[in-house]
Design a protein around this ligand. Structure first.
Ligand SMILES: [Zn+2]
Length: 318
């Protein structure tokens, strides 16, 4: 029996309790409110932090995190869980793509944050100090943004700390999505958490502003498998599933504003040098051609006709 009262900000849960509430803190002098669950098991065990919606229109990630918060039962939980379903809450209501509307920054590029920085940097700092730092394991759920199609994949970061990196890889395998990608996205939550010594994964399933049950279930099933593996919930250890580890995550970006015409679909196998699509002007003149830098798989693809300078076209996993 645990006697550990868990707290996050001003919220608390005693052993055997589940607390849903709102943490309020100041961002640029204004109150900022983040709803979350604290689930405190009756038995001592690890702390798992699960977040969704760092990209506020990746709805399958938010739906899966909501399901977890709503259903997790503290009476059968070993250890503790913190579930933050919509990290970029300011972006959710306005259906923002990629960015936090408070400062126009991508919240998943500013971690571990800065207490004296811009709005996103202050939000990141609060989440990092109050949630990530008390995690023994961290899962960041993503779901393909409003303008992205993708094949499901899990990302891990190689921090150089062998034991942390080994555990992150094990978590990714247990989660059960076929493609695993090793990558560092500077300022991302999962990479910052891993560098802090918290084994972490980022799981992607969904896209294009919809949340079909199978995309949400892929994330929910992954969480269930991981928690069974960690013996946080009852149930047999999950069956291993075959996976493919990709060591390169190659993003291609637009150098122009214009009209984007992809020549491939997600999950297509591509060859180095292959034409993957082009950007044109109004009259159809090609401004830029996207050329595959390697043999690999198209893991995500921007599906909007509109493309802006600096936007990703797609990523090839190799
Ligand atoms: Zn995302």
């Amino acid at each position: 029996m645990s006697n550990h009262v868990m707290t996050v900000g001003t919220l608390a849960a005693k052993p055997g309790e589940k607390t849903f509430g709102v943490n309020e803190f100041m961002v640029q002098g204004q109150p900022h409110r983040l709803p979350m669950w604290l689930v405190n098991g009756t038995e001592e065990g690890p702390t798992l932090v699960v977040t969704g919606g760092v990209h506020a229109a990746e709805y399958s990630s938010i739906a899966a995190a909501l399901d977890l918060g709503r259903t997790l039962d503290p009476r059968t939980l070993r250890g503790r869980a913190i579930v933050l379903p919509v990290m970029n809450i300011a972006g959710f209501g306005v259906r923002s793509i990629y960015l936090c509307p408070l400062d126009g920054k991508n919240l998943n590029r500013v971690f571990p944050g800065n207490a004296d920085g811009t709005a996103s940097e202050q939000i990141a700092d609060w989440i990092f100090r109050n949630l990530i730092k008390q995690a023994n394991y961290y899962v960041d759920l993503h779901g393909g943004d409003l303008i992205e199609a993708l094949v499901p994949f899990t990302i891990i970061f190689r921090s150089g700390n062998d034991s942390v990196d080994r555990t992150s890889l094990e978590m990714a395998k247990v989660f059960g999505i076929h493609y695993l990608v090793r990558s560092e996205t500077a300022g991302s939550v999962y990479a910052s958490a891993t560098r802090e010594g918290v084994p972490s994964i980022l799981a992607e399933s969904g896209g294009q502003g919809i949340w079909p049950p199978e995309d949400v279930a892929r994330l929910s099933t992954g969480l269930d498998r991981l928690m069974r593996h960690l013996k946080m919930i009852p149930g047999a250890a999950p069956e291993p599933v075959p996976c493919t580890l990709l060591d390169q995550f190659l993003w291609l970006r637009s150098e122009q504003d214009g009209f984007w015409y992809p020549a491939v679909a997600v999950d297509d196998a591509v060859r180095a040098g292959q034409n993957l699509g082009c950007v044109t002007d109004y009259e159809g003149k090609v401004l830029q051609t996207a050329i595959s830098p390697a043999d690999g798989k198209v893991l995500f693809l921007v599906t909007s006709l509109a493309i802006n300078k600096g936007d990703p076209f797609l990523a090839v996993g190799a």
